[in-house]
Design a protein around this ligand. Structure first.
Ligand SMILES: *Cc1c(COP(=O)(O)O)cnc(C)c1O
Length: 237
């Protein structure tokens, strides 16, 4: 079995190769280590290998790890799971980024609950790119209205868009999904120049990061390629 440090090395090489092949700057793509369901020791191993950004999906589990790793002050915590409104306060207090904002109510609460002493919370709007009714994310059609409102919230920094396309699609359709998100971001940059930096496309995971980078991903969210496969099922909020 390869170590977490080895895996970080090989994923970093995949990212470099993909950026090179699409004529992009190597440092234009960031690696988010998705550490949900992993014990704190796995994060410590990744940190020792130089990884600083970690993505978590389950709040209580994340808070335990944030506590356990609180001595490592340069870790950047990203929340990437569905956000329930009764969890917004702890998310606003403990994370640097939230990739999975998909409605105005959640954005307003995060803005109100972000502590004054902290910099603005970086957020992405999660878009339901393949319109599957079961998954979270707003519709592409909703983005304009959402951004007009969210762009006004002072304690949020609107960084861009996030999507989890249907992994069962063909390679071609997957590329098309990533391209749709990239096109939507460019339109928002044009139509809402004052809404926020709008410099981020959070897309691509262990199996499809090359396709996402080819279409403009700036954060790839990688779990199993770094930490091994996860237990199949999990019930926690
Ligand atoms: C679990 C998860 C990932 C990582 O998926 P892998 O296939 O393990 O790389 C990425 N993004 C989100 C939102 C996730 O929940």
């Amino acid at each position: 079995m390869s170590s977490i440090a080895d895996n970080i090395g090989s994923v970093t090489r995949r990212i470099q190769k993909a950026t090179l092949q699409s004529g992009r700057e190597p440092d234009s793509v960031h690696l988010l280590a998705v550490s949900k369901t992993r014990p704190a020791d796995d994060l410590i191993a990744a940190y020792a290998a130089g990884q600083k950004a970690f993505g978590e999906s389950y709040l209580q589990e994340a808070l335990d790890k944030i506590q356990a790793l609180s001595g490592k002050a340069d870790i950047e915590w990203h929340f990437i799971g569905p956000v329930q409104s009764n969890k917004t306060r702890q998310i606003a207090e403990s994370f640097a980024w939230v990739h999975s904002v998909d409605r105005l109510k959640i954005a307003r609460r995060l803005n109100e609950q972000r502590p004054e002493a902290l910099p603005a919370l970086n957020i992405c709007l999660q878009v339901n790119i393949n319109n599957e009714t079961s998954k979270s994310g707003c519709r592409l059609d909703d983005l304009d209205n959402l951004i007009a409102e969210i762009g006004q919230l002072p304690k949020l920094s609107l960084r861009g868009l996030m999507a989890i396309p249907d992994p069962e699609q063909s390679e071609t359709d997957l590329r098309k999904s990533f391209r749709t998100l990239a096109t939507a971001l460019r339109k928002l940059q044009r139509d809402h120049p004052d809404a926020g930096p709008l410099d981020t496309l959070s897309m691509g995971m262990s199996d499809d990061l090359e396709a996402a980078i080819a279409e403009g991903a700036t954060w790839v969210r990688v779990g199993s390629a770094l930490f091994g496969s996860r237990p199949a099922k999990r019930s926690q909020s």
